[in-house]
Write a protein that binds this ligand. Sequence first.
Ligand code: SAH
Length: 344
Amino acid sequence: MTKQQIIDRLQSPDPAELFAQADRVRRQFCGDGVYLRGIIEFSNYCKRNCCYCGLRQDNLKITRYRLSAPEIIDAAKTADRLGYGTVVLQSGEDLAYTVFELCRIIEAIKKETRCVVTMAVGELSRADYAALKAAGADRYLLKIETSNPKLFKKIKPDSDFNARLQCLYWLKDLGYEVGSGVMVCLPGQTLDDMASDILLFEELALDMIGIGPFIQHPNTPLGSYSGDSYHNSNKIMVAVPGIDLTLRMVALTRIITKNTNIPATTAVGTIDKEGRQKALQCGANIMMPNATPAQYRKYYEIYPDKICIDEKPSDCQGCIQAMLASIGRHVAGGNGNSLKKSVR
Ligand code: SAH
């Protein structure tokens, strides 16, 4: 598909055919099983100041927490008991955990559970990524957030687009299964940017692609930006609210990248209570139930009103099974490894 064709489909008046096509492609390449990845948000400390994220260092209104190594390993054991084939260890860029400590945690999880380990701890050196891999980490998630370097600088002023892209290439080279992704409806983001996002996914041959709507957090620089300015600068989009645009991005990403693992993100479930079901019906084949111990959940506030913060891990498991059954899908057994042939 050319960039213009992607743009046309992002703004077509009726996306029903797009969604149906994406659903067919998903069934053909991934089947009806949905893989679960239990996400353990183990620290909300962050050295960075991303303008969209509630964990940014300058947000003084957030209660900070860190899980100890035994707490993280316990959370992984719970995820394993709940049948999640993967644990995702996610945090802000927290310098308090050394790579040495993270390696010991990964080793313990690999020894004591059946789970595949995905790391999502931000930008590190190539040597650090190599150390985590040697300790047993199987996958790495690092969203590029936007493929437009200028917009990237605006929303991540203390990061560098090329440095983050370089991290993705290192991760691929080191033999990780690599996940990336973007936010949709960022201030100033255009349909052209979004089409470029999808073309970049294709170029990177990612194993996993997460797409979520940008959600304003009041205690961040982008907290007071009015969504209207986005719609005004992209007049054509007035009729397409954020949820719709996110679903179209999911659908087009499925159609173009075919067998990638694509999650129905928590963010899409936050802006629309049926959002995750809708995403699963237009391309997504992965769910990421929260596996963070209940007492910490409300503090991992990357954006407000995040779903599932009052639940404990076992509640999320039951809720997801019911959700999948209601749309004729089921939890898939196994770890849900990448379907891409290139993975070693
Ligand atoms: N520090 C890690 C994890 C970041 S939080 C890293 O840099 O990779 C995980 C993801 O949450 C981010 O990649 C971003 O896509 C998403 N996120 C953060 N704030 C958000 C917001 N306000 N709205 C929507 N998604 C957000």
